[in-house]
Design a protein around this ligand. Structure first.
Ligand SMILES: NC(=O)c1ccc[n+]([C@@H]2O[C@H](COP(=O)([O-])OP(=O)(O)OC[C@H]3O[C@@H](n4cnc5c(N)ncnc54)[C@H](OP(=O)(O)O)[C@@H]3O)[C@@H](O)[C@H]2O)c1
Length: 279
C-alpha cells in the first residue's frame, strides 16, 4: 500500500506529509470516517478540542488494530483555554478524550492577539514537551509577528504553523518565513473547502493531463511545494481519492500555473488571524 512521505521537524521528529482533517465531523461519525482513513492509508489525523470529536477519533484509534507508533495524532488548544495553567489542564483533558498517553503534536489553535496570552500559552506547551507528554509543539493561525514574539521571548521555535493555504491563497510570505526559520507550514482548508477552486479551469486542465481529479491535483501541488496537508472528507471514495494524490506528480509548468491562481488577501476564506478575536 502507498504510504505518505514524512517531513522532519526542527526537533528531529517526523510528520507524515499527508494527513486527514476532521473539522465539522460529528463525534458519532468520526470513528467511522477515521477508520476509513486508516484503511485508505492515512496515519496522521488532525483534530482539535473545539471540533468536539476527540473522543470519536480516540475510539477509531483504539479499534484500528494499528500500533500507537504507526500513528501521528494532532490536537489543538482552544482559545478560551489560553494561559499557562489552563493550557496544562486543557491538554490533559484532550489526551483523556483521545484515550492516549502521549500526543504527537499539540498546537495553539489561534493567535488571539487581543487576548495576548499566547506567550504564556507557548511556555506551557514547552513545559508539556519537557515532561514528555507531547513529542512536538507548534502553532496554528500565527502571523510572522506572532511567531517572532514567541521565538524571541522563549528561544523555542515552533515545529509547524498550521494556516489557511490553498491555490487561491498561497501564503507565500508565511511559507518563506517558515522555510527561513525551520518552521514547517501546514495547510488547512487545502481544497478551498471544496468550492470554486475544484471547478477552476486551470486545475481541470492539469487534472485531464495527468488523468487525475481536481482534488488530487490540488493535493499534489501542496505536496510538491513542501506543505503538510490535511484534506477533510466524510465520503469514503473521496477519502481514498485524496490519499491517492500521492501517486500524482506535477511538473514545473503545472506548479507555476497553480501558483498563478493566488488572489492574495481576496482569496482568504476564513478569519484573518492578525485581527480575529473569538472565544
Ligand atoms: N487550524 C485551523 O484553524 C483550521 C481551520 C480549518 C480547518 N482546519 C483543518 O484542516 C482540515 C481541512 O480543512 P477543511 O475541512 O476546512 O476543508 P478542505 O479539506 O479544504 O475541504 C473539505 C471539503 O471538500 C470536500 N471534498 C473533500 N475531498 C473532495 C474531493 N476529492 N472532491 C470533491 N470535494 C471534496 C469535502 O466534502 P465531503 O466531506 O462532503 O466529502 C468538504 O466539503 C480540517 O478538517 C481541519 O482538520 C484547521
Amino acid at each position: 500500500m502507498t504510504s505518505s512521505p514524512n517531513l522532519t521537524f526542527n526537533d528531529g521528529n517526523a510528520i507524515p506529509q499527508l494527513g486527514y482533517g476532521v473539522w465539522q465531523v460529528e463525534d458519532n461519525v468520526a470513528e467511522k470516517v477515521v477508520r476509513q482513513a486508516f484503511e485508505a492509508g492515512y496515519r496522521h489525523i488532525d483534530t482539535a478540542k473545539i471540533y468536539g470529536n476527540e473522543a470519536g477519533v480516540g475510539r477509531a484509534i483504539a479499534s484500528s488494530g494499528l500500533s500507537r507508533e504507526e500513528l501521528f495524532i494532532t490536537t489543538k488548544l482552544w482559545n478560551s483555554d489560553q494561559g499557562f495553567d489552563s493550557t496544562l489542564k486543557a491538554f490533559d483533558e484532550s489526551l483523556d478524550r483521545l484515550g492516549l498517553e502521549t500526543l504527537d503534536l499539540y498546537l495553539i489553535h489561534w493567535l488571539q492577539p487581543k487576548q495576548d496570552k499566547f506567550v504564556d500559552t507557548w511556555k506551557a506547551l514547552i513545559e508539556l514537551q519537557k515532561q514528555g507528554k507531547v513529542k512536538s509543539i507548534g502553532v496554528s493561525n500565527f502571523t510572522v509577528e506572532g511567531l517572532q514574539r514567541i521565538i524571541e521571548e522563549t528561544g523555542v521555535v515552533p515545529a509547524i504553523n498550521q494556516i489557511e493555504l490553498h491555490p487561491f491563497f498561497n501564503q507565500a510570505e508565511l511559507r518563506s518565513f517558515g522555510a527561513a526559520n525551520g518552521i514547517l507550514t501546514q495547510a488547512w482548508s487545502p481544497l478551498g473547502q471544496g468550492g470554486e477552486l475544484l471547478g477552476d479551469p486551470a486545475i481541470a486542465q492539469i487534472a485531464a493531463k495527468h488523468g487525475a481529479t481536481p482534488a488530487q491535483v490540488v493535493i499534489a501541488w501542496h505536496l510538491a511545494i513542501g506543505n503538510v496537508v490535511i484534506p477533510k472528507s466524510v465520503t469514503e471514495s473521496r477519502i481514498q481519492e485524496n490519499f491517492a494524490a500521492l501517486n500524482v506528480t506535477l511538473d514545473e509548468a503545472d506548479i507555476a500555473a497553480i501558483n498563478d491562481l493566488d488572489r492574495g488577501a481576496e482569496g482568504r476564506i476564513g478569519p484573518n488571524p492578525a485581527v480575529s478575536d473569538f472565544a
